[in-house]
Each structure stands twice: as C-alpha cells, then as structure tokens.
Design a binder for this molecule. Structure first.
Ligand SMILES: NC(=O)c1ccc[n+]([C@@H]2O[C@H](COP(=O)([O-])OP(=O)(O)OC[C@H]3O[C@@H](n4cnc5c(N)ncnc54)[C@H](OP(=O)(O)O)[C@@H]3O)[C@@H](O)[C@H]2O)c1
Length: 193
C-alpha cells in the first residue's frame, strides 16, 4: 500500500523510516522544526526515489498545537488524507499526539497510527493516558512502539538509530498493538539516563 504518510520527528532517528517509505512510493509529510534537515531529507528522498516531491516538509513546532494542526491540514489538502502516521513526540508536548490523531483519524479507512514512546520503567508504561485515549479513538488503528535498551553481556546500551528504524518498519508491517524494540525489563539494568 502507498499513499500519504505522516512522520512526526522524521528528520531525527526516524529519518531512515521516512526514506524507506519514500522509496516504497509513499508521499511522506515530515514534521520537524528546522528547515535545513528537512531540506536535506527531501533532497535525499528525491535522489533515492526519483520523485522530487516524495517528502513534503511540514516545518512546525509541535508544541504549538494550532500550528501543528494547520500544518497537517495543509499537507492533507495537497496530498490527500493521511493513510499511515508514525509519531515520535517528546513529552514536553503532551497534547500533540492527540492533535495528530484528530487530524488523521478516518472512519472510512481507519488510519494506522504508530506511536513511538521513549524508554521507561515497565510500571510507568502501564499508565499511559494517551494510549488509553488513542486506542479508543474511532478511525484510528493505534499501535504503541516502546524504545528499550540492549543488554550485551554485562553491559547495557541504548538502541542505535538503525535498530530503531528496523523495529519501527517491522511494526508498520504488522498489526501488533504493542511492540518493544530491545527490552525494558529488568528495568534496573538500563543504561544511565
Ligand atoms: N531507548 C533508546 O535507545 C532511545 C530512546 C530515545 C532516543 N534514543 C536516541 O537518542 C537520540 C536523540 O533522540 P531524540 O529524542 O533527540 O530524537 P531524534 O529523533 O533524534 O530527534 C527528534 C525529532 O523530532 C523533531 N522535533 C523535536 N522537537 C520538535 C518540536 N518541538 N516540534 C517539531 N519537531 C520536533 C526533530 O527535528 P527538529 O529538531 O528540527 O525539530 C527530529 O526530527 C537518537 O539518535 C536516538 O537513537 C534512543
């Protein structure tokens, strides 16, 4: 399936996800603040996909929920409804995941929404107001992807960007409601925060 995808935070560790989707024929709207990395990503995606418009930059600060909604609305006006959303949003913008969901929810086709959340204690992961609200939202197929850590013998490390990209792409390809990339338990063994 290809169409219009949205990747929030798609110039950072999800850059490889944006490029993979673009190479597979998706038109990818990418939310990030800085114009330079957005322009570089657009150029890279154009070279790899042969489509100059494979990446549609949406240069907004997602903490400004009015600007975020307007940016996504403008993207859908040009490229059609969002058919896949991948969101990595820092906790300083707690309302942004809901704003994105409101903008992409589609009662006719039910939009897959891959929500990437940072590493935390498994006990805290059980209490997630956004997950509870988004998984009930009509027109959305909510899936949570949790970034964990890797144990290598006696030592622990955080995930690499490549591991995160591979895990997110795997999650896009299946319907599992929850996936952990790496591990979150036993949490006491996590690398220094
Ligand atoms: N469990 C783990 O192992 C784990 C978990 C998290 C992160 N990490 C690693 O840590 C590194 C840094 O992570 P990171 O959290 O800084 O993420 P990142 O994915 O490297 O960067 C954040 C992305 O979100 C965008 N962004 C940030 N704030 C924004 C805002 N207010 N409005 C709109 N877009 C915004 C950034 O672009 P702009 O800055 O241009 O806005 C960028 O595209 C990554 O390389 C990752 O591999 C590892």
């Amino acid at each position: 399936m290809t169409g219009h995808a949205l990747v929030v935070g798609g110039t950072g560790m999800l850059r490889g996800v944006t490029l993979d989707l673009a190479a597979r024929g998706w038109t990818v709207s990418v939310v990030a603040r800085r114009h330079g990395p957005l322009a570089a990503l657009r150029q890279d995606a154009a070279s790899r996909s042969g489509r100059p418009d494979a990446v549609n930059p949406v240069p907004v600060d997602y903490a400004d929920i009015g600007a975020l909604a307007a940016g996504i609305r403008a993207a859908t006006t040009v490229h059609g409804p969002v058919e896949l959303a991948v969101c990595y949003i820092h906790s300083m913008a707690p309302h942004a995941p809901i704003v994105v969901a409101d903008m992409v929810a589609n009662r006719l086709s039910s939009c897959p929404y891959i929500h990437i959340v940072g590493s935390t204690d498994p006990d805290e992961l059980r209490i997630d107001a956004n997950r509870d609200e988004l998984s009930q939202m009509p027109g959305l197929r909510y899936r949570r992807v949790i970034l964990g850590f890797v144990l290598e013998g006696e030592s622990a490390r955080w995930l690499s960007d490549d591991e995160i990209v591979a895990g997110v792409l795997e999650s896009i390809g299946n319907e599992s409601p929850e996936q952990v990339i790496g591990r979150v338990s036993p949490w006491r063994l996590h690398p220094p925060l």
